[in-house]
Design a protein around this ligand. Structure first.
Ligand code: ATP
Ligand code: MG
Length: 412
């Protein structure tokens, strides 16, 4: 089966948004063993969308258009499909109902243009939108499958996973499965990690590929085949070998985040956590509170940016601040101890550093950060030197602080 993807949207052509939808779709299609031979992007122009659709249908068995399903004037994808393949549009009662109740739940009055979204193709199927109003649609014409999907990724992705892929599997008898597993490391650089597992990389099925994503290193194991059990067994075997080499350097897998894992370790041990943040300005607390249910373990945070705040909120001593400086081993330690005392946590993370671009000196350059992690019977303060912009330094600090805490808990 050959497929072609068409992204619709002038915003894409102007470079105002980045096309992530077609990347995602390509991955899904590859997982089914469907070849994608062409991809294109077209603006919000009826005639040009029609031309793109006709060209795609002339050379592919499956054409997927994404974007332009909304209620406004410039949303033209369905009109274009109707014109390109000469299929009439009819109102889909279920979609009308879905749109009405969507607006009702949010207490927003419904506009006539919103009901335009319930117009679908005669003889086609609606793809329900669980995260928005515009339904997608799929249609069979002359042995070709034509689908259209909403532009916003948080609507498109679940629609593809829950509805389009099952439809394609069924309709075209596709049996191939693709499974992958991602192992995550936060405390090791890419080259050091690769060095340890060099001989396990590559491979053909499953493949093992390293990837630097954000501030962490990941290894993605991907297997494919028609026998799901055999695919999973192959992945498990590869995972076992990677774990033998990397051990506790691996903090988690798949959807785990460093913050969710740290909170889990603390929760398992019955320990609560507080943070005292200077140069990260609350970023660590932000990450911790991104984890649903974190309030049972993460209690509170103090953003103590100015020296006076370090004194008044955490009881850091003036002699410490004056003698060693706000960015020092001693201040980080007193911040962690102060956070445990003042905020009442069993464990604490404290960070203080120079995020730049100004404020550095020869002795204390931009990127110098001290991180203290405190557990009931273990205090550790470590010095780091981070590179990059102000935001990079903040993000690297948050990442390193969480990893330092994870290591402290596991005695690494
Ligand atoms: P809406 O009902 O929100 O108007 P729509 O189906 O009409 O949705 P568009 O108007 O084309 O879709 O795009 C809406 C938004 O979806 C864009 O502003 C953009 O944020 C996102 N989007 C659209 N196409 C893509 C794409 N190819 N990759 C990533 N995001 C996209
Ligand atoms: Mg739109």
């Amino acid at each position: 089966l050959n497929a072609e993807i068409i992204c619709v949207g002038t915003e894409l052509l102007l470079g105002q948004i980045v096309d992530t939808n077609s990347t995602k779709l390509s991955q899904y299609l590859a997982s089914l063993g469907v070849n994608v031979f062409h991809k294109s992007t077209v603006g919000d122009n009826l005639q040009r969308i029609v031309e793109s659709l006709r060209l795609a249908a002339s050379r592919a068995d499956l054409v997927i258009a994404c974007g332009g399903l909304g209620p406004t004037q410039d949303d033209l994808t369905k009109e274009a499909i109707s014109a390109a393949f000469d299929v009439p549009m009819v109102e889909d009662p279920e979609s009308v109902e879905h749109i009405r109740s969507f607006f009702q739940r949010r207490r927003i009055p419904i506009a006539a243009s919103n009901l335009k979204q319930a117009l679908l193709f005669e003889g086609g199927n609606a793809l329900r939108n669980d995260f928005g109003t515009a339904p997608g649609a799929v249609l069979e014409i002359d042995g070709r499958t034509i689908a259209c999907l909403p532009g916003p990724p948080r609507e498109l992705i679940p629609m593809v996973e829950n509805q389009l892929l099952p439809y394609l599997r069924e309709r075209h008898g596709l049996k191939r499965v693709l499974r992958s597993r991602v192992l995550r490391l936060a405390g090791m650089g890419e080259s050091a990690a690769e060095e340890r597992v060099k001989d396990l990389l590559g491979g053909s099925n499953p493949t093992v590929a390293p990837l630097l994503s954000g501030f962490e290193v990941t290894f993605r194991i991907t297997g494919t085949g028609e026998d799901e059990g055999a695919v999973e067994a192959g992945i498990l075997e590869a995972e076992k070998r990677l774990r033998q080499r990397l051990g506790k350097e691996i903090y988690g897998a798949d959807d785990d985040t460093l913050e969710s894992v740290v909170l889990g370790h603390l929760r398992d041990r019955g320990l609560s956590l507080v943070t005292a943040e200077s140069c990260t300005g609350g970023l660590i607390a932000h990450r911790l509170t991104n984890v649903a249910g974190s309030s049972d373990t993460f209690l509170s945070s103090v953003v103590c940016y100015a020296n006076a705040a370090k004194e008044s909120l955490l009881g850091v001593r003036r002699v410490t601040l004056e003698g060693f400086g706000a960015v020092s081993w001693e201040t980080a330690r007193e911040m962690a101890e102060g956070a445990m005392r003042e905020l009442g946590g069993d464990a604490a993370i404290a960070v203080t550093g120079i995020a730049g671009p100004g404020g550095g000196s020869d002795e204390k350059p931009v990127g110098l950060v001290y991180i203290a992690t405190a557990l009931p019977s273990a205090l550790k303060v470590q010095e780091y030197h981070f590179a990059g912009t102000r935001l990079d330094v903040k993000q690297r600090t948050a990442q390193a602080a969480l990893e330092q805490m994870r290591r402290a808990i596991l005695h690494l």
